[in-house]
Write a protein that binds this ligand. Structure first.
Ligand code: NAD
Length: 464
């Protein structure tokens, strides 16, 4: 089976970059990315490719090459579904905020809407690919919806979870550690569908890096991978608190531990806590699934990863208050960074949001600089918490696009995102323009301690 037309529903952080790379690598396949968000699609189609809605190093170049050649962005979802041989579903699967499973289970309403729309529009056989991260056995529900339309169309459902990390999405897509494809490997049609997707990736991914499994293993592997990654962060963060009490340094501990080849050195960086749209929601979903099977010990084990992460964010904020003589009321606290990590403009579940919320409850005035996050996004993130009125957030929080102005007359600076440029700021100039004592809290272990102390800063870093 040769795929000629691909449709991807969802032009977000996954759908956009993933399809851009597929289009670039497979010039003979037409790829149409659709979304109901008109503003987002307009931005993907912006003449100036630097204005695409997602910031990822290298992405604008890939889009520039493929867009309007074989890569298209559109709001006409029906037309793209109709034309496609293969449809990726790449819509958001957030944590439910209502009803059964509130605060834990994945909200699958966007997935179900896609399935119903495909079922309504499709006139010929199609391969449906789960690209979104989903609870194990979602493919069964999709099949049920798609196959009960009575219009005689055959659907093959594959699971092809995305493992890209924001900030390095293009690099990860170009050279993935592995591509995972789950399908109905017991039927000829299933095998054919799996092969069709393998053939697409095989344009640039070596065969040995393309793994095929049954659908349930594929769905569960994505949740497991995210749980393991987040667990490493929480494990080293737990040690960071012990380091602060004992005189050990968490970076030295991480290095010593990571040199054991059984453990490995990656993802052992202590910080103010992990963020991003995935880790928390996927672990909560895993906890919910385990509980729903009565596996309470399994659920409790994984929930602790989230509890530790929340503790780390709170403890960082509480340490600022404690160090500033137990009050930050009316004091200016400068934030360097708001994105959940460097090289992305994504702020979902960013630790900065929760640290800000804590300090605002203590009546601090917060001034923020982030090189890629807009002012409106920052207010939206704070307003979403619903802790205080929008008016109050606007009056207590200022966003500026100059890091030096942000730090002027500050009582303290908190580094919340590890943007490279923060390392290279003129820290002497910043120090000279601050109130004294000048407190500097490094939530990312980004800055050199001795250098900052020499300048005169009262310097605090996680795990040191
Ligand atoms: N962001 C990541 O780093 C990452 C990595 C791997 C996997 N994932 C998973 O991929 C999925 C998508 O994540 P994302 O970060 O790209 O989300 P996103 O919110 O950035 O994008 C999802 C898009 O889907 C659109 N959408 C929703 N319902 C739609 C519908 N019925 N028709 C058309 N468009 C619709 C939304 O408007 C939105 O633009 C999630 O399941 C997530 O867990 C994300």
């Amino acid at each position: 089976m040769k795929i000629k037309n691909i449709c991807c529903i969802g032009a977000g952080y996954v759908g956009g970059p993933t399809m851009a790379v597929i289009a670039q690598k497979c010039p003979e396949i037409n790829v149409t990315v659709v979304d109901i968000n008109e503003k987002r699609i307009a931005a993907w189609n912006d003449k100036d490719v630097e204005n695409i809605p997602i910031y990822e190093p290298g992405l604008s170049e890939v889009v520039a090459e493929a867009r309007d050649r074989n890569l298209f962005f559109s709001t006409d979802v029906d037309a793209a579904i109709d034309k496609a041989d293969l449809i990726f579903i790449s819509v958001n699967t957030p944590t439910k905020t209502y009803g059964m499973g509130k605060g834990m289970a994945a909200d699958l309403k966007f997935i179900e809407l896609c399935a119903r729309q495909i079922a309504r529009v499709a006139k010929d056989d199609k391969i449906i690919v789960e690209k979104s991260t989903l609870p194990v056995r979602t493919a069964e529900a999709l099949k049920n919806i798609l196959e009960n339309t009575g219009n005689g169309v055959n659907f093959q459902i594959l699971s092809n979870p995305e493992f890209l990390a924001e900030g390095t999405a293009v690099k990860d897509l170009m050279k993935p550690d592995r591509v995972l494809i789950g399908g109905d490997i017991n039927s000829e049609e299933g095998k054919e569908a799996v092969q069709a997707l393998v053939d697409i990736y095989n344009h640039w991914v070596p065969k040995e890096n393309i793994l095929t499994t049954n659908v349930w293993s594929s769905e569960l592997s994505k949740l497991t991978a995210n749980a393991f990654l987040a667990q490493r962060v929480s494990s080293i963060n737990a040690m960071s608190e012990l380091c602060e009490k004992t005189g050990a340094d968490v970076n030295e501990v991480a290095k010593a531990v990571g040199m054991d080849s059984r453990i490995g050195a990656k993802f052992l960086k202590s910080s103010v806590g992990f963020g991003g749209s995935c880790f928390q929601k996927d672990i909560l979903n895993l906890v919910y699934i385990a509980k729903s099977f009565g596996l309470n010990e399994v659920a409790d084990y994984w929930e602790q990863v989230i509890i530790m992460n929340d503790h780390q964010k709170k403890r960082f904020a509480a340490n600022i208050v404690k160090t500033l003589f137990n009050t930050v009321s009316g004091k200016k606290i400068s934030f360097l960074g708001w994105a959940f990590k460097k090289d992305t403009n994504d702020t979902r579940e960013s630790a900065a949001i929760y640290v800000a919320d804590y300090l605002l409850n203590e009546q601090a005035d917060i001034v923020i600089y982030d090189p890629k996050v807009t002012k409106e996004q920052i207010y939206a993130d704070l307003n979403y918490l619903g802790t205080r009125s929008e008016k109050e957030n606007r009056s207590r929080v200022t966003v500026l696009n100059d890091p030096y102005k942000v730090c002027e007359d500050a009582h303290a600076i908190a580094v919340l995102t590890e943007w490279d440029e923060f390392e290279h700021l003129d820290w002497k100039k910043i120090y000279d323009n601050m109130l004294k004592p000048a407190f500097l809290f490094d939530g990312r272990r980004l800055l050199k301690k001795e250098e900052k102390k020499e300048i005169g800063f009262e310097f605090y870093a996680i795990g040191n």
